[in-house]
Design a protein around this ligand. Structure first.
Ligand code: XLS
Ligand code: CA
Ligand code: CA
Length: 438
């Protein structure tokens, strides 16, 4: 690569251990270190989110761009897209991350019409393919941006306009093709504007049927082209739409079952979407995992004091520990990974801040992984949980669950038994134990 976009970082970020004072070094993330049965790199499968890291400008609702990115300088949109991609692969390599994720419109600009937009995408996919080959960096997932363009202001798959739905489907076809061409392991559907603002103009049953049909067309297409990709749905409760159909993991799982789509999709759980839905990150992971549907993770966090999707880098070791407990307990994420769907703050205007942000997120997850693996090895929680439900292993508990007793039998049983003695749940003791491991 001729031009350097990150001259402040000469070589790949090294691992220097926890006593290092070098801000451009990992303190905990040591890619080849074995943790349990895999290396840290294999466990964590980090990915960079192209839209934030390469396309982010620092703008917010009250002000325009605050970052002056060298890779955004070219005046021609395709030249700009190419420079951005060169910068992206330089960043991936210098950070030492093996995966990235993109929306179609992140990597290629819109043209004068749909056909030209598709040609732009094809040209950028060709460049991405070449850079992937040169660097060994891989595509974790691709997706279509079905929320920025004005035609999607009333939804894409759930639009009241059949023509808009058709246009969105055509866009998805091209985004799946791009993902296939780049060997992407997953393809994500986030229903950006798939929801509604008011029931005064909305038939929500019809819109959900439309969404199911939309997704079914995508399932049919991936089969047709023989693309063995894992489809993921990413729940989110609001923003931009007030009521989103995929509001959380439970609602999404119900939607998939109701529409015979459950066999074809797993979930991509984002931390900040979980908290916006009034849940914890680990709750959403656990709900998806319990259904055998935890496919991948968007690793970020919100802010307790701000009620919107702040997409900050994860720094909370407690949260990463709880997340890694769920992930390890289900044997890993398989084809999925940990995608940093996170952006540096508006005031963090130096490209170096992108390194600091990702180093922090990677170290936070590496620490979470180490703590979680140790707690699992020591059976700290599993022993307690097993014991807590042990009354179901024999006697009345076993007979209820085996379907051998009904309400009448239990009425007779209760009339001759004394009131049950319930053991303590020991929540505070367990909280203390976790803190002692962290
Ligand atoms: C927005 C979403 C989005 C998806 C991909 O809030 O997190 O970035 O991850 O479309
Ligand atoms: Ca996301
Ligand atoms: Ca988000």
């Amino acid at each position: 690569m001729a031009k350097s976009f990150f001259p402040g970082v000469e070589k790949p970020i090294p691992y220097e251990g926890k006593d290092s004072k070098n801000p451009l070094a990992f303190k905990f993330y040591n890619k080849d270190q074995r943790v349990g049965s895999k290396t840290m790199g294999q466990h964590l499968r980090f990915a960079i989110a192209y839209w934030h890291t390469m396309m982010g400008t620092g703008s917010d609702m009250f002000g325009g761009a605050s970052f002056q990115r060298e890779w955004h300088k070219a005046s021609n949109p395709m030249d700009r897209a190419k420079e951005t991609m060169e910068a992206a692969f330089e960043f991936f390599q210098k950070l030492g991350v093996e995966y990235y994720c993109f929306h179609d419109r992140d990597i290629a600009p819109e043209g004068a019409n749909f056909a030209e937009t598709c040609r732009n995408l094809e040209a950028m996919v060709a460049l991405a393919k070449e850079l992937q080959k040169q660097t060994g960096v891989k595509l974790l997932w691709g997706t279509a941006n079905l929320f920025s363009h004005a035609i999607f202001s009333q939804g894409a798959g759930t639009s009241p306009s059949a023509q808009v739905m058709a246009y969105a489907a055509a866009q998805v076809k091209n985004a799946i093709d791009a993902t296939k061409e780049l060997g992407g392991e997953n393809y994500v559907f986030w229903g950006g504007r798939e929801g509604y603002e008011t029931l005064l103009n909305t038939d929500l049953k019809r819109e959900q049927k439309q969404m199911a049909r939309f997704l079914q067309m995508a399932v049919d297409y991936k089969k047709k082209i023989g693309f063995d990709v894992q489809f993921l749905i990413e729940p989110k409760p609001k923003e931009p739409t007030k009521h989103q159909y995929d509001s959380d993991a439970a609602a999404t799982l119900y939607f998939l079952k109701e529409n015979d789509l459950a066999d074809h999709f797993k979930l991509n759980i984002e931390a900040n979407h979980g908290t916006l839905a009034g849940h914890t990150f680990e709750h959403e992971l656990a709900v998806a995992s319990a259904a055998g549907k935890l496919g991948s993770v968007d690793a970020n966090r919100g802010d307790m004091l701000l009620g919107w999707d702040t997409d900050q880098f994860p720094t909370d070791i407690y949260s990463t520990t709880m997340a890694m407990m769920v992930i390890l307990n289900q044997g890993g994420l398989g084809k999925g990974g940990l995608n940093f769907d996170a952006k540096v703050r508006r005031s963090s205007s130096d490209p170096l801040d992108l390194f600091h942000a990702h180093i922090g997120g990677m170290d936070a997850f590496a620490r979470g992984l180490l703590v979680a693996q140790k707690m699992i090895d020591d059976r700290v929680l599993s022993k307690v949980i097993e014991q807590r439900y042990s009354s179901f292993n024999s006697g009345v508990g076993a007979r209820i669950m085996a379907g051998q007793m009904g309400l009448q039998d239990l009425d007779a049983w209760a009339k001759q038994e004394s009131l049950p003695v319930l053991p303590s749940g020991r929540q505070e003791m367990l909280e203390n134990i976790i803190n002692s491991y962290i």
